[in-house]
Design a protein around this ligand. Structure first.
Ligand code: SF4
Ligand code: SF4
Ligand code: FES
Length: 245
């Protein structure tokens, strides 16, 4: 079996460095397979988080050769045979050990978002939605909370700006609620003031790394920014709101 060279970041919150490993690989292997081989044969104490090995749980997120990726969905043959594959934890979040980092900041952002507030039922006791409205929010429901988009976002990566912007994953959640056909909660003031929609400068890096191919920027963030602009900066809309009280 051919050998491949790997560099895996080892350490904790106090610091660490890459360690090199040579691994006998087989056809069809993904990066998570190689990490598991290293763990079973060369470094029993190597910490790595994973669950499904099918690209659906979002827990094996790491940076591979500097790019945020799911380790279970990244095939070794995506890299040249003589290329060293470097694996490190997500940079945007504090490391717990080796490849495992503490993503709890994301769960804190999630808790800040006002939940769905359904409008009253129709007179016959039913809720009704147009299929095209359902289709529009369906895309956002594919999120597996891998936080690769959070990791790549330069605002979330910047520790000084971190608490001014909830990040692309939660802009997606906000979009799914704001565009929900049955929701009547008004989150626009919070999206502007607390969740930091103005911090995003639409570089689309988040969309590029999303393993679920959610069009985060164009379908989620830009429509939310437009709603903020309509509310706060459109003079005609402001005048109409004043007239209507
Ligand atoms: S488009 Fe916005 S949210 Fe996405 S990575 Fe760029 S700044 Fe962050
Ligand atoms: S939006 Fe995409 S990249 Fe971001 S957490 Fe969800 S699945 Fe992952
Ligand atoms: S192990 Fe579940 S997404 Fe990779």
């Amino acid at each position: 079996m051919p050998e491949r060279k790997f560099r895996v970041w080892r350490g904790d919150d106090n610091g660490g460095d890459y360690e090199s490993y040579d691994v006998e690989v087989e056809q069809g292997m993904v990066v998570l397979d190689a990490v598991h081989l290293i763990q079973s044969r060369q470094a029993n104490d190597l910490a790595v988080r994973w669950n499904c090995k099918a690209g659906k749980c979002g827990s094996c997120s790491v940076e591979i050769n500097g790019k945020p990726k799911l380790a279970c969905m990244t095939r070794l043959n995506d890299y040249a045979p003589d290329e060293t594959i470097s694996v490190q934890p997500l940079k945007a979040f504090p490391v717990i050990k080796d490849l495992v980092c503490d993503v709890s900041w994301n769960y804190e952002q999630n808790k800040r978002i006002p939940p769905l507030k359904p409008k009253p039922r129709d007179k016959d006791g039913q809720f009704r939605m147009m299929q095209r409205d359902v289709d529009r929010v369906q895309e956002f429901r594919k999120c597996i909370e891998c936080f690769l988009c959070q990791d790549v976002c330069h605002v979330v990566r910047d520790h000084d700006a971190k608490d001014k912007f909830v990040g692309p994953r939660f802009m997606v959640r906000l979009a799914s609620l704001e565009m929900h056909p049955l929701d009547e909660e008004d989150r626009i003031p919070k999206i502007k003031e607390e969740f930091g929609s103005g911090m995003c400068n639409i570089t689309r890096c988040c969309t590029e790394v999303c393993p679920e191919h959610i069009n985060i920027t164009d379908n989620g963030i830009i429509p939310l920014k437009e709603r903020v602009v309509d509310r706060y900066y459109d003079p005609i809309a402001r005048l109409l709101r004043k007239i209507r009280g």
